[in-house]
Write a protein that binds this ligand. Sequence first.
Ligand SMILES: Cc1cc2nc3c(=O)[nH]c(=O)nc-3n(C[C@H](O)[C@H](O)[C@H](O)COP(=O)(O)OP(=O)(O)OC[C@H]3O[C@@H](n4cnc5c(N)ncnc54)[C@H](O)[C@@H]3O)c2cc1C
Length: 335
Amino acid sequence: MDGERSRNTPSLHHSNPSVMFAMSQETRKAALASELKQIAGVRVKMDEPLARYTSMKIGGPADYFIETENDTALARLLQVLHRHGERFCLLGNGSNVLIGDRGVRGAVIRLAGEFKKAQWHETGVTVQVNVGAAFQVTQLVRDAARRGYADLEFAEGIPGTVGGALYMNAGAYGSEFEKVVDHVDAMNSRGDPLHLSRAQMTLSYRDSHLPAGTVVTHVRMKLRKEESAQVSSKVREITRKRKGSQPSGFPNSGSMFRNPSGDFAGRLIEAAGLKGKRIGQAQISERHANFFVNHGGAKAEDVRRLMALAQSEVRDRFGVELVPEVKFFGDWDTI
Ligand SMILES: Cc1cc2nc3c(=O)[nH]c(=O)nc-3n(C[C@H](O)[C@H](O)[C@H](O)COP(=O)(O)OP(=O)(O)OC[C@H]3O[C@@H](n4cnc5c(N)ncnc54)[C@H](O)[C@@H]3O)c2cc1C
């Protein structure tokens, strides 16, 4: 019996360097996790599957999945990660990301608590709203409409957070976030505060050009006062347009590719004959060819292969290079 146990019980002493490395990695991971868990206002989950946090319902586990309640906790968290040399990325609603099946090494940070609040200030005909980065864009649009504040109607139906929308300079129907943003509060990867006026920022098509590692914490926007009924009617009009053109019912990430100058990625993919093309459980939508949908259990790798196919067909037929709009997170065999 003892002999049996000693054969089956793993020895603590290994001469195999890869086993030693794996053990030291695990020890390091546990030490960092225990330090992170001591920060007030921070919640840590280890090896947390990410599919449930993305609109496409795809994505393997994050080594550390960390929710952060306020500025103090976030600054402390970033300092600890920096001291440990641990990489991190920000996740909003996960509506514009494709996370690899093997997941993300390092930390994935989501803002919560205080970052879900908004404060409105009205002076004469101008309105300012200071919004936490975890606030929902659609909620903001509806709150603004109810109060009779105009210029955010374009964002109705964008299923992101304000932080993600600012980072992506999200836009639709002729407008984008750069038109309403006035000031951004953020932190750099060491947890130092950054205060950026609109003039200090460079926003362009689906890009905020923020330095790597910048965490957007609050966004101040300038809106206009208008009749509430008029703003609400524009919001309803946008909802109607979206319903008429975009696929519903299956998880997706919105537009997979940026529109090339003077054209539409969806038109090119459709003209290449790929509408409805399927790999595994991932499909190029039959409704809108720049939307790829998950029929249930699709792998990130299936989506990536569909994207590569769309890129090569569009390149071969039309000489146009499609550039992904979705952000790739995590470990991939090849990109
Ligand atoms: C059905 C559907 C319709 C869509 N329609 C549109 C549309 O009309 N127009 C449009 O532009 N997009 C659209 N999208 C894409 C997406 O909703 C937007 O890009 C949105 O702004 C992303 O926000 P998010 O919170 O989901 O960000 P995520 O997808 O979680 O992240 C996107 C990027 O932003 C970064 N990020 C997130 N939060 C922060 C932060 N606080 N600080 C720093 N970086 C951060 C992430 O690291 C990542 O690089 C659509 C998506 C879907 C699923």
